[in-house]
Write a new protein. Sequence first.
Length: 415
Amino acid sequence: MRIRALALADESQRYVRGYPPKGSWLLLKPDIEISRLLELNGGTDTIIYRDERIEPLGPFGEEDLCVAHVDFGRSDSARAVAREVTAAGVPLLLFGPEVTAWGDDAPPWAEHRVVGNVLHVWDGLRQDARAGRLRPVYHSPRVPRYFPAFRDFGPRPDMNTRVQTMNFALGCACPGWLRPFCPDHLYHGADLHRRPRDEVIGEVVDLPHKHIALLDEDVARDPAYYYDMFRVLWNYRRHWTVSAGSTLFRHPKLIRLLAKAGVRVLFLNESFLDGLLERAVDEPDLVKMLYRKVKFLQARRMLVGAKVAVRIRPPRPPDFPGIAAVLRRVDLDFVRLRFFVTDGQGGDRLVPAAYRPMISESDPAWIKNRFYAMGPILDRLARRPRRVGFYTTTRYLLPQSLAYRQNFLEGIASP
């Protein structure tokens, strides 16, 4: 069976014929859910991967099935693709976080979709597609299960296929109000799955490159498990990017081990600044406390980033210049920002924040504009070698800072 797997993009990063792909090559990575689907398929079917960020998705008509990954904010692209694929007479199956968040309220143009993780129901829906009786809705089991990602994408010069990602454990670690926007929570609820140590080591050994990005949301939620993992992985001399919650600072022994085991970049997840960011604008002592925590990690020769979720509650928006100043004073190395508007019913809606000429202080993107301005980047580059070393500064801080800056200046709305 011939299948075309489509990675959809939002308007800010959609490919335009005759122009190079938008954004930094370093951050232009293969779609993780389609990568896992390719690995699970294992050559059983012919799956053609198309990414809307670097190439046209069509024309359609020669496939037996199209599957499209719809992340948050990709509904407009999904609607356009559905219209084009349906006109070509090819069935289209939609899956991903946005599709799962629809629940029972899917739009009428979404004729076939998966609620949950598509990998759990892949074998069954393949058989249905082969028989020509694809169901309208597939409900995936919520029990978490790990699927490794496909690596051998071949020559794709427009995309960073050298990136290596993996999980030790699956499960949501977001603050309560952010869980509707967390794929792990949408797919698995509150369940947590920890992989056996030997299985993890086997995957690490098979990865060819030095750096590995760990996709686990919080290495501090089970300190004994992660301590045991990194105590063994230290022997394999890899470099890591990991994420941790605010409880990490209760475990100095784990922090020391992470540094010794090769963690070069540590992202503090949304719990670090949740409920504190706007308070810090008017509380210098709170800023000093956050600054000391960041310096404690940098003193262990790790770069420190933060995933930041900013809630905008009309009619009184946050003090965006004040928040930008707090993030600078805390002296983080990276920030990944998402903005949410609270509606009248108390729900939250994810909104894009992209650069445009003459950006004002009332625009949420002002925070990114100040953090990734050239002056602050050069200031961090000049001061950071004293704490994290020259190698980590040039190998990780410099290229990633410029990559985030490029994506912002090119108007890409994603973190």
